[in-house]
Design a protein around this ligand. Structure first.
Ligand code: GLN
Length: 472
């Protein structure tokens, strides 16, 4: 059994396809591990048998997957970590999930998350926080913390999440796994319970870069149900690169100095040294507007959220408060159903969009967003990729930032500029600081996923990170 746990998802799938491993055995092994979860990584686990409709001869090899709660999955609780959606079982399945199932990955579990993906620690979940398998007194990051913790702990072979300001990459970093946020539009958002629609993007959280490539390959593609979806211009390839010859890395000065913990910086420097040894050139670059990313993001994302969350009124889905008249039912449902952070963002967003303040806040934030995108455009004239630490710190203690929303928001300092610019970025584990995992982020131009995966693969091989301690 421990032998199964040592396999990456790609390796397990290969064995199933070769006939060396029975798909039912793999399913039962992970089902039993997921059912025994003591990290609160899941909001639902399938306790039945391997769904036979899934064809394991597909590229995903019958390897079961964990899906962030906010992906609508037909007949399965899909609550986006919110009490307001308690008991909601959608009548349809999100396109991304459907594609994974078509590729041969049966859905084993829904993973815990911050309510409506608002948060960096999974402590904003309406269903209790998830614990970090490296240290159970610490958070797994967020908002896709359930997916990250479950993959790191070997409760599922692989998982997907969503990233609006860092919610795939930051929890991946804090749990010592790989997380990839694709180019905006690469993956359909149809059936993803929306947070901030101009930023939300689905992507893989996996043990290694090859697993991430396999999931991305299955998920991408234009979709007539999401008019912002484009797919990618070329098929996703499984990464092969073992060196970085000819690759020019730009170290984003603004995102890799002040405010970053010393242990994280030390790991970052070490990885840059490895990159040089692999043949890359490493120089500093400027992203002058990136430090304003947090301010712009925390206007744009709440503005969009306040609009997206208007649909939860007790009439159509989930929770409905008892009340004598319609208006009281609306207000009481929202009062009871939304958590504190969702309420905070609805108020912030509504304020930022109100007619007297629209130009001063939302309009200004959109201009900053354009400037950040232009900073990256400029960087691509000299560099293939921009690299940064993924998160300014390692996993923090549960409860240590819940009373201070600004401290919580600063976790996204290195990850918000990329979704604001719509570009792809990956986080790979690049070492430990005080026994806790650290992530290294590689961002590239729109549609550069294949090149990012190759660079990440080369680094991953050379770094040789060992995540087995979290699976014990
Ligand atoms: N932590 C950020 C937030 O709270 C990003 C969340 C995300 O990417 N969904 O909004």
């Amino acid at each position: 059994m421990t032998e199964l746990l040592a396999l990456t998802a790609a390796q397990a799938g290969e064995r199933v396809r070769q006939g060396d491993l029975e798909r039912g055995e793999l399913w039962r092994f992970y089902r039993d591990r997921a059912l025994a979860d003591d990290l609160n990584a899941f909001t639902w686990v399938c306790d039945g048998d391997d769904p036979e409709a899934i064809d394991p001869s597909g590229p995903l090899g019958g390897v079961p997957i964990g899906v962030k709660d906010l992906f609508c999955t037909e007949g399965v609780p899909s609550q986006a970590g919110s009490r307001i959606l308690e008991g909601y079982r959608p009548p349809y399945t999100a396109t991304a999930v459907e594609r994974l199932m078509r590729g041969g990955a049966p859905v084993l579990a829904k993973t815990n998350q911050d309510e409506f993906a608002m948060g960096s620690s999974t402590e904003n979940s309406g269903y209790g926080p998830t614990l970090n398998p490296w240290d159970r007194t610490r958070v797994p990051g967020g908002s896709s913390g359930g997916s990250a913790a479950a993959v790191a702990a070997g409760l599922v072979p692989w998982a997907i999440g969503t990233d609006t300001g860092g919610s795939i990459r930051q929890p991946a970093a804090l749990c010592g796994i790989v997380g990839l946020k694709p180019t905006y539009g690469a993956v359909s958002r149809y059936g993803m319970i929306a947070f901030a629609s101009s930023l939300d993007q689905a992507g893989p959280l996996t043990r290694d870069v090859t697993d991430a490539a396999l999931l991305l390959q299955a998920m991408v593609g234009a979709d007539s149900c999401d008019s912002t979806s484009l797919g990618l211009p070329e098929p996703v390839r499984l990464p092969q690169a073992t060196d970085l010859r000819g690759i020019r890395l730009g170290v984003a000065e603004e995102l890799s100095g002040e405010g970053i913990e010393p242990g994280v910086l030390a790991a970052f420097e070490q990885t840059l040294e490895i990159a040089r040894e692999l043949g890359a050139t490493v120089e500093t670059t400027r992203l002058p507007h990136a430090p304003h990313g947090i301010a712009a993001y925390y206007l744009i994302a709440p503005a969009e959220a306040s609009s997206n969350l208007a649909r939860y009124d007790g009439v159509r889905y989930g929770h409905r408060a008892a009340a004598g008249d319609l208006l009281t039912m609306y207000t009481r449902t929202r009062e009871e159903g939304f958590g504190e952070e969702a309420k905070r963002r609805i108020m912030l967003g509504t304020y930022a969009l109100s007619s007297g303040y629209y130009d001063a806040y939302y309009g200004r934030a959109q201009k900053v967003r354009t400037l950040i995108a232009q900073d990256f455009q400029k960087a691509w004239e000299r560099f293939d990729f921009v690299v940064t630490p993924t998160s300014p710190g390692v996993a923090f203690e549960l409860g240590s930032k819940t009373a201070d929303p600004l401290a919580m928001y600063l976790n996204d300092y290195c990850t918000v500029p990329m979704p604001l610019a719509g570009i792809p970025a990956i986080s790979i584990p690049n070492g430990l600081s005080d026994g806790l995992p650290v992530g290294f982020q590689i961002a590239g131009p729109a549609f550069s996923e294949n090149r990012i995966l190759d660079a990440a693969h080369a680094l991953e091989q050379a770094i040789g990170f060992d995540g087995s301690a979290a699976r014990a």
